[in-house]
Design a protein around this ligand. Sequence first.
Ligand code: AVI
Length: 325
Amino acid sequence: MVALARKAQPPDEEASTFAADVLAGLAASPKRLAPKYFYDDAGSLLFERITELPEYYPTRCELAILRARAGDIAQLIPAGAALVEFGTGSTRKARILLRAARKLSCYVPVDISGDMLEREAAELRRDFPALPVLPVTADFTKDFALPDAARAAPARVGFFPGSTIGNFEPHEAAGFLAHAGRMLGPGAQLIVGVDLIKSADVLKAAYNDKAGVTAKFNLNLLKRINRELAGTFKLDTFEHHAFYNRERSRIEMHLASLKRQKVKVNGETIDFRAGETIHTENSYKYSVESLAALARGVGWQPAAAFTDPDQYFSIQVFRLGEESA
Ligand code: AVI
């Protein structure tokens, strides 16, 4: 599903980047692994299961906002604009916008996973026969070439749902927003789905589900290292930890070693103290204002913000350029 900042590179290079990143992360203090590595095939399926969990509200809330407010969002989109989705996994959310915004000139889903993109594009073409669907296989965090039709459109509107922005460090999130502005160009808009700051109990429950799917998702990273990098992690000696760091407005996910132990990865030995953790993910939560401040800092002006009745999640629309008086 989410292809967080993965590299568009040949499989061999991708494998050696994974190996180098894992070894560097496990040699660091504190130990860390990048969340982009969660999403192998098994991890992507586990994430899909997470989105259906009763405790995991973000996907449900975002879909509800999109369904309720697609007409309002569509009204903000200039006629003839190209819709560019950054990191499209499934097109489920885009479809809601596409149904409401009938005057788009084309839809450009961008993702690292070309196979999935082509499958989704074929289905979309069947369901929206009048809409040119122009997939681009690329790492959406890096520069990529937009199709001619999107470049020729009177404006480009970015779509970045799923609170994927929350998995970036704030400086990376600002960097991504600036990059999106450069890619989309003058007159652009950006529609961003962002999880909101809320009660720690609701947040903690969402990342510590009773069925243990999030724990499996987290531990799957060690399984992946065992499989792809000759790792010797014993999964029953590591435990999923997820907690809310209030000062930094983020859920942190860690894998804690239940004992002192040595683990091998690609022939290198890594020592763990009992209780030592590998930090695997941050999921930052924003307020409407704090995201707007970040976006303003790199040239975007807030145009609208939509939330669900509980104010759990938001869809925020930004425009490039001067703030209107
Ligand atoms: C993809 N991303 C927005 C999810 C999140 O909530 O930060 C990933 C996730 N991690 C644990 N559960 C879901």
